[in-house]
Write a protein that binds this ligand. Structure first.
Ligand SMILES: Nc1ncnc2c1ncn2[C@@H]1O[C@H](COP(=O)(O)OP(=O)(O)O)[C@@H](O)[C@H]1O
Ligand SMILES: [Mg+2]
Length: 242
């Protein structure tokens, strides 16, 4: 469904993503892990059209989307949530999602239909109806994450790219987030997710790709990844030692 071929991204002299190949299969949950600065966010930013790669290509449903802008890629069916979510704090949850339903996809939606759709998405992600008209400034972390997911759903993605969705959540909220991610996959959405918490990524991923200093060092099932020596040396060892 998604094919990343030999992608390179440099920031000045720093090679943030170095010749990475990646295949995402329809219907799977693919986990992307690696230490801080490994290039995970940069890679998703290239796929979603925030950055243009210095070289390499990205294909989506056999179409070359390399270098297309964010808006066009979103309308084509790839949606990304942000590691540091920034939305206008004065908007209500419903308004934030309605904007995405109106402008985030290639379907023509009327304003009142968009609002109804927004409320359906908010309910699906578990934001109680009495909070639909609360401003974002008055929502807590898990509620904001739900709104983020509802916004992404409103753009009707085929692939959803999630950047550290569970960061800032407590363990039981993290478990709820996993449940939600699986629920979205069950709706037919393919998911690529960056995640720091190993318990989360192991429990939810069909396959895992490990990046280290911009390079892909391993990929496989969760069981293969935990027993991969290169991964233990570069990532798991460090993490468990902390
Ligand atoms: N916009 C940018 N300008 C300059 N350097 C960047 C930029 N974005 C990321 N980097 C650098 O690229 C490397 C990879 O960053 P990033 O993709 O954010 O890693 P990760 O998400 O795995 O923690 C890091 O060294 C980071 O400092
Ligand atoms: Mg990151």
């Amino acid at each position: 469904m998604l094919e990343v071929q030999g992608v390179v991204k440099k920031f000045g002299g720093l090679v943030a993503v170095n010749n990475v190949n990646l295949t995402v299969r329809k219907g799977e949950i693919l986990g992307l892990v690696g230490s801080n600065g490994a290039g995970k966010t940069t890679l998703l930013n290239i796929i979603s059209g925030i950055y243009r790669p210095d070289s390499g290509s990205v294909y989506f449903n056999d179409k070359n989307i390399t270098g297309m802008n964010l808006d066009k890629i979103c309308k084509a069916g790839i949606s990304k949530t942000f590691q540091h979510a920034q939305l206008f704090p004065g908007l209500t949850a419903c308004e934030g999602v309605t904007v995405s339903a109106l402008f985030g996809n290639h379907h023509r939606v009327r304003r009142d239909d968009a609002e109804r759709e927004a409320r359906e998405h908010l309910t699906f992600v578990g934001l109680p109806p009495e909070k639909h008209d609360t401003t974002l400034a008055h929502l807590n972390m898990i509620e904001l994450r739900r709104v983020q997911l509802a916004r992404a759903l409103a753009s009707r993605p085929q692939i959803l790219l999630l950047d550290e969705l569970t960061t800032g959540l407590n363990p039981s909220e993290g478990t709820e987030a996993i449940h939600l991610i699986k629920k979205m996959r069950d709706r037919g959405i393919t998911i690529v997710m960056i995640e720091h918490v190993m318990r989360v990524i192991m429990g939810v991923s069909d396959r895992i790709v490990v990046l280290d200093q911009g390079e892909k060092i391993a990929e496989g099932t969760p069981a293969e990844i935990v027993s991969n020596q290169a991964v233990i040396d570069s990532y798991l060892g460090k993490n468990y030692a902390q």
